[in-house]
Design a binder for this molecule. Structure first.
Ligand SMILES: *Cc1c(COP(=O)(O)O)cnc(C)c1O
Length: 380
């Protein structure tokens, strides 16, 4: 049987750029309308959470984002090399060599001490956003007065432009938590006063969860990542929040074989048939990003029906129990993430099986899986 067009390779991640565009527009609608509307900064770090940074950035900009953010200097350089000219914020810590790369890309960088501001000036100058650590405990200074001094140094240093003031929430995605409000209060007690002295700076704090949770966290800009890809920032149901998952992971049935009682499948014989059945082998494994921890713990869609993964996830293959007579034939498509017929498997479901978050599942798709871009099914 001919392999269907969408499974012309062993495994492929199909990314719907129209969904990313609509998710960006949906996040924009969350922001106040009119002249006071906060800007949307699309976070495309880690190769667009596994979706591809460059096409994802273009789609988010088409949906109304006006800024891009990444974690690493090299990621900013990649966006520039692809011709993207939107303002870019590099959010991560930068070694001196990385600072050179970020500044050469014309990206804004994040500062929390005066030595870094001096380094920006010494390395050709650029725009900085001062980071107050209101409780994330990662980057930034915890001391608002110190943050103000860094901002003043940036504003006063030749070749350096004070462009923004920011913080990052630790618990925006946690229901019923009170720490988010504490962090917001700390930022609100510091940043607007700084802006009164430096009116052109952009204040920004909220990630996707913060944006959806609390309008008071929007300030002048929000930095949304996960929601743009249609993943639920709260790990629940993306559709209920009007977000559309952009990525599907497809493979196909490469072999079907009968399994007699007592016969096994895979390394370590972690599946031994109790009754006569059939296995379908799909050419995708942990070398593609299907984590080995999903051994005997995943459903895959074939003919619109959930089929259990049985046996160990190998580097290059997995096996499904497709019953007797076999409800699968060689060449038929299989869906690991996404919809087939009436059934759907969300990234959140896989994240739950792995005791992790949806972000890590898409970030964990490896380079061996080609990304195939489309707009609602039309070639991109
Ligand atoms: C990754 C990141 C974001 C985006 O977070 P999402 O939860 O994906 O919206 C925003 N700000 C900072 C500093 C980040 O590191």
């Amino acid at each position: 049987m001919a392999v269907q067009q969408d499974v012309a390779v062993r495994a492929v991640a199909r990314v719907n750029l129209a969904a990313i565009e609509r998710n960006a527009a949906r996040m924009r609608r969350e922001l106040a309308a009119g002249a006071n509307a906060a800007a949307l900064c699309a976070v495309v770090k880690a190769d667009g959470y596994g979706h591809g940074a460059i096409p994802s950035a273009r789609a988010a900009l088409a949906g109304g984002a006006t800024w891009l953010a990444v974690a690493a200097a090299g990621e900013a350089a990649q966006l520039r090399a692809a011709g993207l000219d939107a303002p870019i914020l590099v959010m991560g810590a930068l070694s001196p060599a990385e600072l050179d790369v970020a500044l050469a890309a014309g990206a804004d960088v994040v500062a929390w001490d005066e030595a870094f501001v001096a380094a920006v000036a010494a390395r050709g100058g650029g725009a900085v956003h001062v980071k107050l650590d209101t409780g994330m405990g990662r980057l930034g200074t915890r001391d608002p007065d110190a943050a103000t001094r860094v901002a003043q140094a940036a504003a006063a240093t030749e070749g350096v432009r004070l462009a923004g003031a920011m913080t990052h929430f630790a618990t925006a995605d946690e229901r019923g938590d009170t720490f988010f409000a504490e962090q917001l209060a700390r930022f609100a007690a510091w940043a607007p006063a700084l802006q009164a002295a430096h009116p052109s700076i952009v204040l920004h704090a909220a990630n996707s969860a913060g944006t959806l949770r609390e309008a008071a966290s929007h300030f002048d800009m929000v930095r949304a990542g996960v929601a743009l890809y249609g993943l639920d920032p709260f790990g629940e149901d993306a559709a209920a929040r009007d977000l559309e998952p952009a990525l599907e992971l497809h493979s196909y049935v490469a072999a079907v074989k009968p399994v007699a009682p007592g016969e096994s499948a895979g390394y370590g014989r972690r599946f031994v048939a109790a009754t006569p059945t059939h296995t379908a082998t799909l050419p995708i494994g942990y070398g593609d990003g299907v984590r080995r921890a999903l051994t005997n713990n995943l459903d895959v869609l074939v003919r619109g029906v959930r089929r259990p993964l049985v046996g160990t996830v190998s580097m290059d293959n997995i096996t499904l129990d497709v019953g007797s007579p076999p409800a699968a034939a060689v060449g038929e498509p299989a869906v690991l993430i996404g919809a087939q017929g009436e059934e759907r498997i969300g990234v959140e479901e896989i994240a739950q099986r792995l005791a992790t978050i949806n972000y890590e599942v898409t970030c964990g798709l490896l380079a061996r899986v080609p990304r195939l871009y489309h707009h609602d099914g039309e070639p991109a």
